[in-house]
Ligand binder design. Structure first.
Ligand SMILES: C[S@@+](CC[C@H](N)C(=O)[O-])C[C@H]1O[C@@H](n2cnc3c(N)ncnc32)[C@H](O)[C@@H]1O
Ligand SMILES: [Zn+2]
Ligand SMILES: [Zn+2]
Ligand SMILES: [Zn+2]
Ligand SMILES: [Zn+2]
Ligand SMILES: [Zn+2]
Length: 341
């Protein structure tokens, strides 16, 4: 790290070295709009390794060949006049929520919003986040263990950017540090405490077609090694769908060569983060976000982890793989499933 930092100060800081800045991790991180409020730092107190040279930090997903966002004419948003309305089932952005799964859990809210706003008691709360008090913007507890998608308001909505249902859209607020672990390469730790239910960051990468993902898996010596960087955007995939983009096979996000800090988060069989599918404009379900939320309180300095297969308990020895090709999981938890792939 020392060398990379020195190089930056003596060369990359000079005006005119734009190409060098493009390929410098330090400059990439400094260019993030969140750099002042929630910086990403990189430290290595273990060995002389620097971050992979063929890796680039990005601040949003990059759409690969054959992948596109929906046409403007298919876009739609809610017409709520104030963000307060975007927590009730009348909001168009929440129209696809399953009412049974999302019925009100006021015992969980303690927010007093009904009396304060004069909102009729009959309106059902339907959105994903707490809105008032100390739990503001935290994922409601009902959702922690669920696999339900999160529907958020977005640029096409009439509500303002301050609408409480735009947690993922507003982006990461937590400063993170990429650090060299003793035994698992790089890892990520938080520089501030994180509350259970708090949004941490999105998993970013290149959004590629399923065919391209298969090509990349095949090009990797052990395809499961590549699998740890590939996440399928399959939350809305349905072979019966009338929308050709949702029939499948789903698009995949490859974070190996371009991503945000989340690409360096290690796996744990008993993690403190979990990935949720988040959709803004419903016309873009095929490229939904992968949003990482804390599923327990996390202390400042603690390493962040998520379960790469989200609890899918495959017995790796019986999965057909060869034991010598497998990577032992070093998560250290008492619930460890022994192999990473
Ligand atoms: C998505 S990357 C995470 C960042 C990685 N540690 C690095 O240095 O780039 C996944 C790789 O990290 C390592 N890794 C992550 N979690 C691990 C775990 N629980 N046990 C052993 N290795 C792990 C494996 O080498 C795996 O291929
Ligand atoms: Zn630089
Ligand atoms: Zn709304
Ligand atoms: Zn809204
Ligand atoms: Zn909306
Ligand atoms: Zn484990």
């Amino acid at each position: 790290m020392e060398n990379a930092t020195r190089r930056h100060f003596f060369h990359h800081g000079q005006i005119g070295n734009e190409d060098e800045k493009e390929s410098c991790h330090w400059c990439q991180l400094r260019s993030f709009p969140t750099h002042k409020t929630a910086p990403i730092t990189v430290v290595n107190e273990i060995d002389n390794q620097t971050l992979p040279q063929n890796f680039r930090f990005i601040n949003g997903v990059v759409l690969g060949a054959g992948v596109s966002a929906a046409d403007l004419s298919f876009r739609s948003g809610c017409s709520c006049r104030q963000g307060e309305d975007c927590q009730y089932s009348g909001c168009l952005c929440l129209a696809e929520l399953d009412q049974d799964e999302t019925s009100d859990d006021t015992a969980d809210d303690h927010d007093g919003s009904v009396a304060a706003t004069g909102t009729p008691l009959t309106r059902k709360k339907a959105y994903a986040y707490h809105m008032h008090g100390s739990k503001s913007f935290l994922l409601r507890s009902k959702l922690h263990a669920s696999k339900l998608p999160l529907y958020e308001c977005h640029q096409g909505c009439a509500c303002s950017s301050k609408c409480p249902n735009r947690v993922v859209e507003r982006g990461r607020l937590v400063p993170l540090q990429i650090f060299r672990t003793q035994d698992r390469g790089w890892g990520v730790r938080t520089q501030e405490s994180i509350k259970k239910g708090q949004f941490v960051d999105r998993y970013l990468g290149e959004v590629i077609t399923s065919a391209e993902a298969d090509r990349r898996r095949a090009a990797s010596v052990i395809s499961r090694r590549k699998d740890v960087y590939l996440f399928a955007l399959d939350k809305f995939t349905d072979p019966q769908s009338l929308d050709a983009r949702l029939k499948g096979p789903p698009l995949e996000v490859d974070g190996e060569f371009m991503s945000g800090p989340t690409r360096f988060i290690n796996h744990s069989c008993d993690p403190n983060l979990r990935i949720f599918a988040r959709v803004g404009d419903h016309a873009d379900k095929h490229i939904h976000d992968l949003a990482l939320f804390a599923i327990r309180d996390i202390q400042k300095g603690e390493e962040l982890t998520f379960d790469y297969v989200d609890g899918a308990s495959e017995d790796f020895e019986e999965s057909g793989g060869r034991i010598e090709d497998m990577t032992r999981c070093l998560c250290g938890s008492s619930k460890c499933r022994r192999f990473l792939w």
